[in-house]
Design a protein around this ligand. Sequence first.
Ligand SMILES: Cc1cc2nc3c(=O)[nH]c(=O)nc-3n(C[C@H](O)[C@H](O)[C@H](O)COP(=O)(O)O)c2cc1C
Length: 184
Amino acid sequence: MNKIGIFFGTDTGSTRLVAKKIYGLLGDSLADKPKNINRTRVDELLHYDALILGTPSYGMGELPGLSTGCLEANWEEFAPYLDGFDLSGKRVALFGLGNQERYSDRFASSMIHLYRLFYGYGAEMVGQWITEGYQFKHSHAIIDNQFVGLALDQRTQPHLTDERLQMWLAQITTQLLPAIAQAA
Ligand SMILES: Cc1cc2nc3c(=O)[nH]c(=O)nc-3n(C[C@H](O)[C@H](O)[C@H](O)COP(=O)(O)O)c2cc1C
């Protein structure tokens, strides 16, 4: 598959909105329309060699889903379907939403579980992001002083989202493109 697949989990719609922004910025020639992970079959996701995956943070920063109080199925319910698949050769970039004021001790922490999930099945993870410009005490989603993906806060820093997305997409498109070129 020679396009980027965009998949997201959401409970109150913010991660969907950001996924749509990403699709709008990349354009139809580079990406397919974003899809809610709770309506995605595993083969639809595995169709892509380049993926952008988004998650909000819920619970104590676990993978969001029914057990973290979400009203709809989310990444938690999708995760078991990946069992047994080898994702080596796939490149995955993550974005994660959170609220750094209210959940300052675990900002955007659910992203780490998506990271571990896809990394664990052999995917190459790209799109790490600097921690400057945020104000929080702790996030589980930091490795080597960087977020494992783009952290966004639609509650307290919505005015920074578009600029962050543009910078991040400029960075990850070139990282995701080799996978696209190989598959073409
Ligand atoms: C019950 C609840 C728990 C939350 N837990 C966290 C959290 O642990 N860390 C965080 O950064 N944000 C947390 N948030 C904030 C959400 O992740 C944030 O509002 C996000 O934008 C929601 O995305 P969605 O609209 O796609 O569901 C929580 C929000 C709620 C309502």
